[in-house]
Unconditional design. Structure first.
Length: 191
């Protein structure tokens, strides 16, 4: 988005749970130079400026996407949308438009029933790209379409000996919140 204001604070991550690398620790997201809000550094304010018409948003995302390595443009847009849905609190109209953009990406498959790391069942969305040795599956609540978590798979690859989808990562988003200052914990998660 042209005209986006620079941001100096990029954010914090706090992950907890079984096998978390640094459970409960605040891990800063640091940039050595100021970054502009945008696809690689989304802010709520930036997300709120995105078009909510799915076709307009799709056009914008494809225009701003540079394919990653051997991945197709479709796969890169798919992964970018997954990053936004999985790691960002956003305006509901933007989330709805992103869901509709995903429906228009060639090769996307719906999985009627899949399970996140917390054991919650939901609807899965996935896409297999010939240029990738991995496949991600996003999991949404069947009634509200709220993001629940994801599953990541290694796909068939002669170099590694993987002959079918092999699960290598799974997560669940249990709660998200907004606080006044970096490092604070929402009141409902304290204690």
């Amino acid at each position: 988005m042209q005209g986006s204001a620079p941001t100096s604070t990029t954010g914090w991550i706090r992950e907890t749970g079984k096998d978390a690398v640094m459970p409960g620790e605040r891990i800063p997201i640091v940039a050595t130079t100021p970054v502009r809000a945008g696809l690689d550094h989304p802010t709520y304010k930036w997300l709120d400026t995105l078009p909510t018409d799915p076709e307009d948003l799709r056009t914008l995302l494809y225009a701003q996407t540079e394919p990653w390595g051997s991945l197709s443009e479709d796969e890169t847009v798919f992964r970018n949308v997954g990053e936004l849905l999985g790691s960002t609190i956003m305006p509901p109209a933007t989330a709805s438009a992103l869901h509709k953009v995903v429906e228009r990406i060639p090769g996307v498959t719906v999985i009627p029933d899949t399970v996140d790391a917390a054991g919650r069942h939901g609807i899965g969305i996935t896409r297999k790209d010939p240029g990738s040795a991995t496949r991600d599956e996003w999991i949404f609540n069947k009634n509200t379409l709220a993001y629940l978590g994801s599953r990541s798979y290694m796909t068939a690859d002669k170099r590694t000996g993987v002959t079918a989808d092999t699960l290598y990562g799974i997560n669940a988003v249990m709660e998200r919140g907004v606080v006044d200052s970096p490092g604070e914990v929402p009141a409902s998660t304290e204690g």
